[in-house]
Design a protein around this ligand. Structure first.
Ligand code: NAD
Ligand code: UGA
Length: 463
């Protein structure tokens, strides 16, 4: 079967960029991205592609090229499902906040809604692709819903997890390390796998397209995120030991990373990993392991999260301790609020938790982030429900340039590794601050010797 019409349910950080790249690379395929969120779709359709709802380097250019040609954003979910041969499900799968598995299991209510809607609308055979990150064996539940509530048409379920990282989504999608497609080993399953392989083969070489059974594919996604996050918690654990022993974590990371079996990537010690997925996916993995009675497996992976929470708390404690055990009424400047550079996404950003701790100590936080608005910062803090909306409102000041944000502050803490931070006039910033001027580099991006020469009291992670 040749694919000419694709629908993607969910116009978020995955659905939007992924479908934009498919549309750009496959001009013969009509790609329609649908979402229930009207504002989000309106923003994707903004005539000025610089205003699309997701900031990713290179994305607005791709949307400008493909949108209106073979890329469409719409709220007409049923129409798009009806017309498509392939339906990607790319909706959110957050951690459950209620009931059984609260705080650990993935909430699959949005997935189930999609399956029911597809079953209701489909009048012809369709391929349904799990693009969202899902617990292993979710395809079984989707298949059961489709087969039991559908109109007697045939569905093939494929698992095609997404491995893009935010901030580099476009390059990751254009040059993926691999594309993973899991499907049934029946002739119909294999035909569906081949149809999807041929879509990706428009720009990805076939040796990078890996096909597996559905369960391996589903579990590989959770495993990949668990391994990645584990590396960060491992180096962060060493960072604390470095601080006690005089070792420097950057030197340790370099030394171990030169071992080709370990490799140099993902060994950057930090204030802790953030983002919408690492924590959620590991908690989900822990829950799955527990549900099979595999308690040692569950405990092993849970430690990655425990270490990450410890690292965030350790960072805020260090600020308080260094500032003579009190930050009450002191102005502390945050450079960065996003969970990593080159994205406007703040989900689970370490900055939120560090701010929360410091506000508990009655500090005033002033923030500059090149891509995050004050409203977003306040929404993030209000979500924690640690204090009233009004109290958060009084505790956070946001600036549109770093120099004003730092003026008159007692300490600066770097929470995101935006490239522009390195190039600032640090002498000018130092001159405008209370003395002694403290600099807590949660991303180890500044040169300690250089800023110490200016006069800063500099504290990096792990040295
Ligand atoms: P997101 O919250 O940015 O987007 C999900 C979108 O789905 C939202 O706009 C929501 O309105 C929409 N939606 C939910 N239910 C719907 C329904 N029934 N009909 C229509 N629209 C509906 O989420 P995201 O970051 O794009 O993540 C989506 C999935 O991809 C998750 O499972 C996540 O784990 C996975 N993933 C995310 C990333 C990432 O970098 N963000 C990377 C790889 C995988
Ligand atoms: C991560 C994975 O890298 C993607 O492969 C995956 O598709 C995605 O999760 C997902 O499933 O959502 P993402 O969270 O967007 O991507 O970004 P990362 O680059 O992995 O960074 C995650 C967090 O770890 C950030 O806060 C980052 O600053 C931190 N990090 C990363 C470190 O502290 N040290 C490092 O060495 C690397």
């Amino acid at each position: 079967m040749e694919i000419t019409k694709i629908c993607c349910i969910g116009a978020g950080y995955v659905g939007g960029p992924t479908m934009a790249v498919i549309a750009q690379k496959c001009p013969h395929i009509q790609v329609t991205v649908v979402d229930l969120n009207e504002q989000r779709i309106k923003d994707w359709n903004d005539p000025d592609t610089n205003n699309i709802p997701i900031y990713e380097p290179g994305l607005s250019e791709i949307v400008a090229e493909a949108r209106g040609r073979n890329l469409f954003f719409s709220t007409e979910v049923e129409k798009a499902i009806d017309e498509a041969q392939v339906i990607f499900i790319s909706v959110n799968t957050p951690t459950k906040t209620y009931g059984k598995g609260k705080g650990m299991a993935a909430d699959l209510k949005y997935i189930e809604l999609c399956a029911r809607q597809i079953a209701k609308v489909a009048k012809e055979n369709k391929i349904v692709v799990e693009k969202s990150t899902l617990p292993v064996r979710t395809a079984e539940a989707i298949k059961s819903i489709l087969d039991n509530t559908g109109n007697g048409v045939q569905f093939q379920i494929l698992s095609n997890p997404e491995f893009l990282a935010e901030g580099t989504a476009v390059t990751d999608l254009l040059n993926p390390d691999r594309i993973l497609i899991g499907g049934d080993t029946t002739p119909e399953g294999e035909a569906a796998i081949n149809a999807l392989v041929n879509v990706y083969a428009n720009w990805v070489s076939k040796d990078k397209i890996l096909t597996t059974n559905v369960w391996s594919s589903e579990l590989s996604k959770l495993t990949a995120n668990a391994f990645l996050a584990q590396r960060i918690s491992s180096i962060n654990a060493m960072s604390e030991l470095c601080e006690k022993t005089g070792a420097d974590v950057n030197e340790v990371a370099k030394a171990i990373g030169m071992d080709t079996r370990i490799g140099p990537k993902f060994l950057k010690a930090s204030v802790g990993f953030g983002g919408s997925c690492f924590q959620k996916d590991i908690l989900n993995l822990v829950y799955i392991a527990k549900s099979y009675g595999l308690n040692e497996v569950a405990d092993y992976w849970e430690q990655v999260i425990i270490m990450n929470d410890h690292q965030k708390r350790r960072f805020s404690n260090k600020i308080v301790q260094t500032l003579y055990n009190t930050v009450a009424d002191k102005k502390i400047t945050f450079l960065g609020w996003a969970f990593k550079k080159d994205t406007n996404d703040t989900r689970e950003s370490a900055a939120i938790y560090v701010a929360d701790d410091l506000i508990n100590e009655q500090a005033k936080i002033s923030v500059y982030d090149p891509k995050v608005s004050r409203n977003k910062m306040l929404a993030d803090l209000n979500y924690l429900e640690s204090r009233s909306v009004e109290e958060n409102n009084n505790a956070i000041l946001a600036f549109d340039n770093p120099y004003d944000a730092c003026k008159g502050s007692h300490a600066i803490s770097i929470l995101t590794e935006w490239d522009e931070f390195v190039a600032y006039d640090w002498q000018k910033i130092y001159d405008s601050m209370h003395k002694p001027a403290f600099l807590f580099d949660g991303r180890n991006i500044l040169n300690a010797k250089e800023v110490e020469a200016i006069g800063f009291v500099y504290k990096g992670i792990g040295s």
